[in-house]
Design a binder for this molecule. Structure first.
Ligand SMILES: [Zn+2]
Length: 426
């Protein structure tokens, strides 16, 4: 399969030009796309490119995974590592502390808290082990300083605040360790908020504890993330937060009507308040895709054996179910969307809210990636497509990281937490 690293963008453009013929006129014409592709590749290298939702820490505890080794999506399913970040020009982003959700009980919270703390330790360990290539970032200024040295930037975020239990002050512990972005909820409703993908309406937005969480995030200087939250939760966050919201990996519902995507009025309101939507590349939220009969049969078999409520399973069963799904995916993978459809979402959002309110959070290593953009090495394709669509170099600088760093700075400026606490531990 052809890889589209920066050099290969040029190669692809040249290949496209070969049938141009020997005439002088056609030679001149044939050079235009080559020049455009070269310009895109050079420009791409110059941007600070950050993704707002990297699920790569999911792999950090696997003994065979090394962040410094080049993996392959086709061979091992991974999408982000230092070599591929370099190939694709990805300078870094928010590495996610994600926690599966169990029961909303003291035992459930305690187990989740431990798992989230370990995940944060794993991120810090990977940063320490690869300190010649990457560095933990705690502020927008850090990101600039680190990229200037040629290293990759590792911010941290929390996806699903379930591990905080009933004690929002625990958020400060994660802040001290480096977390700078927090989303209250994941697939199911929890103690803080209603989820976009839970059928029940419990709070119709944030719970009173969820409101405390928003206030605590503002106090600490963290960006609030509305991805996975129900529409009413995002409206509540918008009303309460003193700083602009991010939707770290979401899409426009006008392109595909899925609860994980957001309606135009809500996207406009988030943008109006200074916020940003970071476009997801998760196939299931990009378009309706029908799995093969074999895959449907395979899923039915797994569910017959283990049930269909993953988050209610004990840890041991979850491991077995993950393995069963991985095995199924090898023979009958889930259908995937295309680069063209991803672009439909991106261009629609850009048109709706403007280039100062859009970025990219592709859900790499969390199910993201489409045919034609399988891993982060393909990112130059996005720059090329946006230039072709008429966006300027300044627009692209904002889309690739400027917008998100504007939010980071707003969160930092709004921080009212005691200045003596270790705000900057770099
Ligand atoms: Zn997610």
């Amino acid at each position: 399969m052809m890889r589209l690293g920066t050099g290969l963008v040029l190669a692809a453009a040249m290949a496209a030009c070969t049938p141009a013929g020997p005439g002088v006129g056609s030679k001149i014409e044939a050079q235009a796309p080559v020049a455009a592709a070269t310009q895109a590749a050079v420009m791409h290298e110059g941007f600070m490119i950050l993704d707002s939702h990297l699920d790569t820490p999911e792999h950090f505890h696997h003994p065979e995974f090394a962040f410094s080794n080049r993996g392959s999506f086709e061979a091992d399913g991974t999408q982000v590592d230092i070599p591929r970040m370099k190939e694709g020009g990805l300078d870094g982003g928010f590495f996610v502390i994600y926690t599966d959700q169990g029961e909303l009980t003291a035992e459930g919270y305690a187990a989740a808290r431990n798992s989230a703390v370990l995940r944060q330790m794993a991120i810090r360990e990977v940063a320490a082990k690869n300190s010649d290539e990457v560095e933990l970032a705690f502020s927008a200024g850090d990101a600039e300083r680190i990229t200037a040295t040629g290293k990759r930037v590792m911010f941290q975020s929390i996806e699903n605040s379930y591990p905080l239990g009933l004690d929002v002050s625990l958020l400060e512990t994660f802040y001290i360790g480096g977390v700078r972005m927090v989303g209250p909820v994941h697939f199911r409703n929890n103690q803080f908020a209603d989820s976009s993908t839970d059928e029940e309406v419990v709070f119709d937005g944030l719970s009173p504890l969820g409101e405390d969480l928003v206030r605590e995030a503002n106090r600490l200087g963290m960006i609030l993330d509305g991805s996975h939250a129900s529409d009413s939760t995002v409206w509540d966050m918008l009303a309460l937060s003193t700083t602009p919201l991010i939707l770290s990996h979401s899409g426009p519902r006008a392109i595909y009507d899925h609860p994980r995507n957001l309606p135009d009025d809500l996207l406009l309101a988030v943008a109006e308040a200074g916020g940003v939507i970071q476009i997801n590349a998760y196939s299931g939220y990009l378009e309706l895709l029908e799995p093969s009969e074999e895959r449907v049969g395979g899923i039915a078999e797994i569910e017959a054996e283990f049930g269909d409520d993953f988050e209610a399973m004990d840890a041991e069963t979850q491991v077995k179910v993950r393995a069963a799904y991985a095995e199924l995916a090898e023979h009958h993978p889930a259908p995937r969307s295309s680069f063209a459809t991803f672009l439909d979402h991106l261009l629609y959002a850009l048109d709706l809210v403007g280039p100062e309110h859009v970025g990219m959070g592709a859900d790499w290593d969390g199910g993201g990636g489409v045919i034609g953009m399988e891993d982060v090495s393909y990112l130059p394709r996005v720059t090329e497509a946006l230039l072709t669509a008429g966006y300027s170099e300044d627009d692209l600088a904002n889309i690739w990281s400027g917008n998100m760093m504007r939010l980071m700075r707003a969160a930092e400026a709004a921080r009212t937490s005691d200045a003596s606490s270790p705000a900057s531990v770099n």
